[in-house]
Write a protein that binds this ligand. Structure first.
Ligand code: NAP
Length: 299
């Protein structure tokens, strides 16, 4: 790491706290119900980076006592076969949460897949119902990555209320949900994307910059306001090394706080997903415990 004045916003220690709380909840859940909740995973094709991400999730499940049921399909699979695999996991009462590994093979429509997931098991917040709840500011499942990005700010005590935030990236899984979450935290938010003219002027005005573009070196120190807080969500491989979207060396000389890549948002994303799974398991157990309404006068 270069000699920087910026405070490092590390995801690892917060992820550890969340995993500890999750492990405790799982012990209590097992005592109450006699079984561990299970994460259902649908894998279609073997995209290398997403397999790495998957291995990390599986390892975390083992660490906290969450079971897993993976359905592996080959890259030539049909849309219907993926929907059927999701349907099986929807119907399995031991499966509390479902994730579908992205990216999907190009022949498969994302919309057809996200709509197949039971919203009550949609722990990565991709079903339109959960996306709509987020948009309306109601409780639903949040996409784990933007949730992690904003949670990192909260846990490090970074003020969001009243600050100018710029989110670079408008994807449905990262950029837009991050923007909605920051608005909910009372930031004034500008969303930038590939058609934004003069990205640098927007970034210069921001107290908080969340970068999720998938473009290494997109944000450099000279673009930042002195003292800005930088959350780098990007994950890119350059010359065999994992890097974010922000030029860490120059940015960390200007920012007051910055997430490293790796070690920032990534580890926390994974832990957020586990905490969403616990929440899903608890609410499904509660729903099962509600007695059937008594009906009178029926044959
Ligand atoms: P995505 O769907 O490809 O979206 C990228 C967004 O960035 C788009 O909105 C695009 O604009 C915008 N963009 C691209 N180049 C730009 C540029 N030069 N200037 C301004 N905006 C630009 O990607 P994603 O799924 O949101 O992921 C974004 C990044 O986060 C990727 O690096 C991904 O690997 C990483 N990621 C990290 C985690 C984690 O746990 N840390 C999890 C998921 C994803 P348009 O809409 O105009 O095309």
């Amino acid at each position: 790491m270069p000699d920087s004045g910026a405070r490092l916003l590390l995801g690892g220690p917060i992820a550890e706290e969340i995993r500890t709380a999750v492990a405790e909840s799982i012990v209590a859940y097992r005592k109450r119900t006699g079984r561990s909740p299970t994460l259902g995973i649908v894998i279609a094709g073997r995209d290398a980076p997403s397999m790495v991400y998957l291995q990390q999730i599986l390892k975390s499940c083992d660490m906290v006592g969450i079971g897993r049921r993976a359905v592996e399909l080959d890259g030539e699979v049909t849309e219907q076969a993926v929907r059927d695999a999701i349907g099986e996991l929807n119907a399995d009462p031991t499966v509390a949460g479902i994730i579908v590994q992205m990216p999907l093979p190009p022949t498969i429509r994302l919309r057809a897949i996200v709509e197949a997931i039971d919203p009550a098991k949609d722990i990565d917040g991709i079903h339109p119902l959960n996306a709509g709840l987020l948009r309306l500011g109601y409780d639903g499942f949040l996409p784990a990555t933007p949730h992690a990005a904003v949670e990192l700010l909260r846990r490090y005590g970074i003020a969001i209320d009243g600050r100018n935030a710029v989110v670079i990236g408008r994807s449905t899984v990262v950029g837009m949900p991050a923007a909605f979450l920051l608005v909910q935290e009372d930031a004034t938010v500008t969303v930038c994307h590939s058609r934004t003219t003069d990205l640098a002027s927007h970034v210069k005005a921001a107290d908080i910059v969340v970068v999720a573009a998938g473009h290494p070196g997109l944000v450099t120190g000279d673009m930042l306001k002195r003292g800005a807080v930088v959350v780098d969500v990007g994950i890119n491989v350059v010359d065999g090394k994992l890097v974010g979207d922000v030029d860490f060396e120059s940015a960390s000389r200007v920012a007051s706080a910055i997430t490293p890549v790796p070690g920032g948002v990534g580890p926390l994303t994974n832990a957020m997903l586990l905490s969403h799974l616990v929440r899903a398991a608890e609410s499904q157990a509660q729903a099962r415990a509600v007695p059937e309404p008594v009906t009178r006068g029926t044959a």
